[in-house]
Design a protein around this ligand. Structure first.
Ligand code: PNS
Length: 158
């Protein structure tokens, strides 16, 4: 197993995401970070903006490629010869939510999901909370890569 997928909305990517991507890149030869496009959900960042941010913040991590797709995760894995999905786990609530998806994905295709615990300092970090705090004027700079903070502040101020 050398090629794994780190999927998500990444609206925007946080230091928690980056920690999991870096950990996956240490363990596996190739990591595809995929922005999953949800046509029913308008994000704060467009998909091209999220891709550009992910490419910038993962540029120094070897073996990482960035892509986006619209559809079933398992179809993307099958089409690209990806053996497993890697997900970061922050809390027990994440386990409950992710376990159901992992079991569905295994049922659909046999693609397995590996759970990696996030570093404790990122356990409370989510893209949604970071956006809310930034909108309300809070300081989120310690939770995001600098390029993401800059663009998030431009969006919430603009
Ligand atoms: O960052 P998020 O929003 O928690 O990511 C959730 C995501 C995009 C990974 C999840 O919604 C997903 O896997 N979507 C792809 C569509 C799919 O395969 N659905 C069936 C999942 S069992």
């Amino acid at each position: 197993m050398t090629h794994v997928l780190c999927p998500g909305s990444f609206d925007p990517p946080t230091l928690g995401h980056l920690d999991i991507i870096a950990a996956a890149a240490e363990l596996f030869e190739t990591v595809t970070v995929a922005v999953v496009v949800n046509p029913a959900k308008t994000g704060l960042f467009t998909v091209p903006e999220r891709l550009a941010l992910l490419r910038a913040v993962t540029a120094s991590i070897g073996g990482v490629t960035v892509d986006s797709f619209d559809g079933l995760l398992v179809d993307y894995c099958t089409a690209h010869g990806i053996a497993a999905i890697v997900k970061g786990i922050r809390t027990a609530a994440d386990v409950a939510y992710e376990q159901q998806m992992a079991q569905m994905n295994a049922h659909l295709s046999g693609v397995r999901t590996l759970f990696l615990p996030t570093a404790p300092e990122h356990a409370f970090v989510s893209s949604s909370l970071v956006k809310e705090v930034a909108r309300l004027g809070g300081d989120v700079s310690s939770l995001l890569p600098p390029a993401v903070t800059e663009q998030l502040l431009a969006k919430v101020r603009g």
